[in-house]
Design a protein around this ligand. Structure first.
Ligand code: P6P
Length: 335
């Protein structure tokens, strides 16, 4: 049930019954994410004014230099999640290992693990291009009352209880699912509230936008090369358009609204692609499927992949279901 101009808080309360776990816990989880999103949004929007642009001088486990806003966003999301006392563990792109969080009663009673990419697309920060936060939420699988373990984080994407992203673009939006469709909320910065602006978001089954870094073309598998040429074939009057922002959340968001496909395939440069399974591909795949879209590694469903490492990478093809199916056809033919 979606009422016009509903706030995010009202929406969460109004839809708690559709969340199969304790309603209060979901509200608390999303309240912490909502708060962190507002705080990070404030910093992102003034990045050009304050000396927080540029590397924090450190390098994260991915070997990428950490922009100060990366570090800031990471700290803000972790702190707000800890303060709500329902999370027993957090994994982040910016943290080498997962963080174990004890409950206030010190008896490890918290039930949820959260995995985040606190600021995806951060190389765009200092050129004023939109960036995003991605989050993925699971129930722990090890016994409550014991410290969280790596097993709690290495769950298949089809076990997620919620996932979402914040896109810091021309407006700031929070888009999420708890397994009952996808809804988008736009921040009114004047009063600091998110309002339901995009109820029941869905990928059109077909689209004409493809998003891929064609600079890597010669390194792609033959099936991907064949698909890109298929998109460009003029004799069949292909109305395709190439749009690649270099920020997954922004490309995904545009493709979900207009119809399109995002591809980050494996290549001779990256044997498993670049994107991380746990806190980029799985949450975006959950959202895609809940929005009538599709997400695969070119052969199998992203959400069925059994993770083996916290920061593992997978090839990622995601968007309008018929476009993803077409890529899988080309990959199969080229095998
Ligand atoms: P490339 C950003 O670093 C990111 O993880 C995604 O947001 C983005 O789509 C991709 O990498 C860009 O990578 O190699 O094309 O610059």
């Amino acid at each position: 049930m979606h009422k016009k101009n509903q706030t995010l808080g009202e929406f969460i309360i109004g839809n708690q019954t559709s969340f199969k776990y304790s309603s209060g816990e979901l509200s608390s989880l999303f309240n912490s994410i909502r708060l962190a999103a507002k705080v990070v949004n404030h910093e992102v929007n003034k990045a050009g004014l304050v000396d927080i642009i540029g590397s924090a001088g450190e390098v994260n486990i991915q070997g990428e230099s950490q922009q100060k806003l990366d570090v800031y966003a990471n700290e803000k999301f972790i702190q707000t999640l800890i303060n709500r006392n329902i999370v027993c563990g957090i994994a982040s792109e910016e943290e080498d290992d997962f963080i174990s969080i004890n409950s206030i009663d010190e008896n490890h009673q918290n039930k949820y693990v959260v995995l985040i990419d606190p600021l995806d697309g951060s190389s765009n920060i200092d050129v004023n291009v939109s960036v995003g936060t991605i989050f993925s939420i699971y129930r722990r699988v090890t016994p409550v009352g014991t410290p969280v373990t790596l097993e709690d984080f290495l769950q298949k994407g089809n076990q997620q209880v919620a996932a979402g992203y914040v896109v810091y673009g021309t407006s700031t939006m929070l888009v999420y699912t708890t397994g009952d469709g996808v809804n988008g909320f736009t921040l009114n910065p004047a009063i600091g509230s998110f309002y339901l602006s995009h109820p029941n978001m869905e990928f059109p089954e077909n689209g004409t936008i493809y998003s891929v870094n064609e600079g890597n073309y010669i390194h792609f598998p033959q099936g991907i090369k064949n698909y890109i040429k298929y998109c460009q074939r003029e004799e069949e009057d292909r109305p395709y358009t190439s749009r690649y922002i270099g920020s997954l959340v922004s490309d995904f968001h545009r493709n979900m609204i207009k119809g399109g496909i995002y591809l980050y395939p494996k290549s001779s440069l990256n044997s498993n692609g670049k994107l991380r399974l746990l806190y980029e591909c799985n949450p975006m795949a959950f959202i895609a499927e809940q929005a009538n879209g599709k997400a695969s590694d070119g052969f199998i469903r992203i959400l069925d992949i059994q993770p083996t490492e916290l920061h593992q990478r997978v090839p990622f093809i995601c968007g309008s279901k018929n476009m993803v199916a077409k890529v899988e056809e080309f990959m199969k033919e080229a095998q």
